[in-house]
Design a protein around this ligand. Structure first.
Ligand code: HEC
Length: 192
């Protein structure tokens, strides 16, 4: 009985030994890549973003969009910096998410807390942290002026800035600007 086990174990060890030697012979190394059938797929000639590129006349890999084209989901805005232009935005730009179920006030709240609350205060009352440390005071967003302001004008203010307020167009995405406006409207409604 005992002998059977000894023989079985010896066979097993021998087998493992053979596997080990075979692996050594075949040169199998876990850290090394095996044979590549289509090396072009892993190592192609594509240029990485922001690297020089000799194929284009301007020597850049990233090219400007063709004139007159608009990226999907991107809304072009053609406004200058003046009170007149802010008024025009107020007349022309419509909030696409104002009243329907996609208003996404929750997202707007996050945007407000992230980008606006430091100045305007978490409740929109204008008593944000930076104001308490000397930043020019701003009107409460709960007052008549902001209540009566068109969504389009608010969108303009967020995008381009306004007097002492810096522009947030590059930080706050298009839809997020409308969502944050919806959140401000909710703050105003809760204050009545
Ligand atoms: C760095 C501080 C700062 C941040 C951040 C900021 N604002 Fe302002 N905001 C101001 C100041 C200052 C004014 C007043 C501008 C003036 O009249 O000089 C203002 C004005 C406004 C007004 C016009 C209010 C009125 O009654 O005229 C709106 C609307 C507004 N901000 C929305 C926002 C939103 C939305 C965000 C976040 C995306 C934001 N702001 C972020 C400082 C800021």
């Amino acid at each position: 009985m005992m002998k059977k086990y000894v023989v079985a174990t010896a066979f097993l060890l021998g087998f493992i030994g053979i596997l080990f030697l075979a692996a050594q012979y075949l040169g199998v190394q876990p850290g090394r890549l095996n044979y590549e059938y289509f090396p072009d797929m892993a190592r192609n000639f594509a240029y990485k973003a922001q690297t020089p590129n000799p194929f284009f006349r301007n020597g850049r890999t990233e090219q400007e969009p063709v004139e007159g084209t608009i990226a999907r989901g991107f809304m072009p805005l053609h406004y200058g910096l003046s009170e007149e232009e802010a008024k025009r935005a107020g007349r022309e730009l419509q909030n696409p998410f104002r009243t329907d179920s996609t208003a996404n006030v929750e997202r707007g709240k996050w945007v407000f807390q992230t980008y606006c609350g430091d100045c305007h205060g978490a409740a929109g009352d204008g008593k944000g942290l930076v104001v308490q440390h000397g930043y020019p005071a701003q009107p409460s967003l709960l007052l008549e002026n902001a209540r009566n302001m068109e969504d389009g004008r608010m969108f303009y203010i967020i995008t381009y800035g306004f007097k002492n307020m810096p522009a947030y167009g590059s930080q706050v995405a298009n839809n997020d600007r409308w969502y944050v406006i919806n959140f401000i409207r909710q703050l105003q409604e809760n204050q009545q």
